[in-house]
Design a protein around this ligand. Sequence first.
Ligand code: FAD
Ligand code: NAI
Length: 476
Amino acid sequence: MADKQFDVLVIGGGPGGYVAAIRAAQLGFKTACAESNPYADPKGEPRLGGTCLNVGCIPSKALLHTSHLFEEAEHAFPTQGIRLEGKVSIDVPVMIGRKNKVVDQLTSGIKGLFKKNKVTFLAGHGSFEGNGPAGYVVRVGAETVEARHVIIATGSKPRHLPGIPVDNRIVCDNVGALDFDSVPKKLGVIGAGVIGLEMGSVWRRLGAEVTVLEALPDFMPFADMDVAKEALKVFTKQGLDIRTGVTIGETKVGADGVSLAYTGKDGKEARLECERLIVSVGRVPNTEGLNASTVGLDVSDRGQIVVDGHCRTNLPNVYAVGDVVRGPMLAHKAMEEAVMVAEIIAGQAGHANLDTVPGVIYTSPEIAWVGKSEQQLKAEGVAYRAGKIPFMANGRALGSGDPTGFVKMLADADTDRILGVHIIGANASELISEAVVAMEFGGAAEDLARICHAHPTLSEVVHEAALAVDKRPLHF
Ligand code: FAD
Ligand code: NAI
C-alpha cells in the first residue's frame, strides 16, 4: 500500500505541471504535484514554476527589460531631448537582484495558487515504481504515491556540447547567462537560436562585445524569410556579430575566459577569445530518472515521451505535456496541453491546437509569428496572397521613435483564410494575439480588414497588412 493516494499525480511543477495540477483540482480531482528542482525557496523547498519561472521566460524578460531601458537611456533619450547628467551606467548586482525578486514573487505565488486550489505539493523527485491496485505507484522522495492518473511534465534541460564543460561561471548555459555578476568585455555565444539572440542582446546592450557562432548556414531558418533577413540586418547594425555556417573546434577554458577555435562559412579557421561563453544549442527532454521502463512507458530515441495529439502516452491514464513531448518548447504550449489533459481526464473534449501556437523572440525589435511562413507555403505548393506593411507607415510607431520592422500577412489565394502572420517590430509579442485569435476561429484576412482598430496604435499595422492582402491598404 502506497503512503499516499491521489486521483491525479503531476510529475514536474513547471508551466505544464502546475497548470495541469490546478486545472485537475478545479475539476474536482484529488491532485498532487511533485517537484524536485535544485532552486530552493527560503524554506528550503524546491521552487515551483520550472524552467520558465526560475531560469527561463521570466528572468530573461526581466533582464531584457532592464537592458532595454539602459539602451533607451543611452541612445533614445538624447534623440527626444532628454538629457541625463553624466554617463549612464549599469549596476549589475541591482539588476540581477530585481530579477531574482520577480522570480521569488512568481514562484511563491504558485505555492499560493496550489493552496487556493487544494493541490498537494510534494517536494521530491518522482519516478515510477510499478502498478498498484488503484493505479500507478510513483516514488516521490522518501514516500510512495499511488494515483489513478499520472501527468508527466518533467520539462527539459540545456543541451551541452562535448569538450565545452559548462560551469555556469565562465561557460554558461541559460542558468549562468541569467546571473552574470558583471558585464563581460567580450562574450561568445554558441547558437543563434532564441536564447542566443535574447541573452546576446541583453549583454550587448549593457556594453559587451558579442559574437554569435551558429552552425547552420542560414540565420533564423525557422522564421519567415523576410523576417529573418530584416532581423539579421537590424541585429548586425545594433552590434551583434553573427556568424553562420560555423563549425566549433577545440575550446580551451581558463580561469579568465575561453579561447575557441572555429571554422567559418568560407572554410577559414579562426579563433574567438572571450571572457565568457554562453552555450545555447537547444534543450533535451528530462526523462532519465523517471524509471519509465518499469511501467513500459514509450520514450523515443531523442528522450521524448511519445504521445498522440491529445498527449496520451502508450500507457492508459498516463499523459505527458510540455517540453518533454514533441512540438515547440514553449511555456504557453505546455500550459495549453496541461489544460487539455486535465479536461480529458474529466471526460471533457480537451483541445490544444499546435498550429496556432505563436512564437516570440523578445529582442528589440521583437519578433512574433503564428502559422506558416512564406517559404513553407511555397514548399507545400499552397497558393497564397501576401500583405506587408512597414511600421514606418504608422503614426504611433513614428511618434514613439521606434518604426523598425513590418507586419506580413499570408492568406489562402482562394479562400482568403489567414495562413500565417509574421511581425518584426515593437510590441510584436502583444500584436500577434490578434492573429492567433483570427486563425483559431478560421478567420480570413478580410475579417481583420473589416475590424475597427484603435487609432493611433501599432495594431493598425496588422489592420493595414490585412488590407494589403487585398491590395487596398489605406496608409501605405
Ligand atoms: P519545465 O518548465 O522545464 O518544468 C519541468 C519541471 O519538472 C522542472 O521544475 C523540473 O525540476 C521538474 N522535474 C523534472 N523531472 C522531475 C522528476 N522526475 N520529479 C519531479 N520533478 C521533476 N518559453 C516561452 O513560451 N516564452 C519565453 O519567453 C521563454 N523564454 C525562455 C528563456 C530561457 C532562457 C529558457 C531556457 C526557456 C524559455 N522558454 C520560454 C521555454 C520555457 O521555459 C519552457 O518551454 C517551459 O518552461 C516548459 O514547461 P514544462 O512545464 O514543460 O517544463
Ligand atoms: P534553439 O533551438 O532556439 O537554438 C539553438 C541554435 O543553436 C540553433 O540555431 C542551432 O542550429 C544552433 N546550434 C546547435 N548546435 C550547434 C553547434 N554545435 N554549434 C553552433 N550552433 C549550434 O535553442 P536555444 O536557444 O538553446 O533555446 C532552447 C529553447 O528554449 C528554444 O527552442 C525555445 O523553445 C525555448 N526558448 C524560448 C524563448 C521564447 O519563447 N522567447 C526564449 C528562450 C528559449
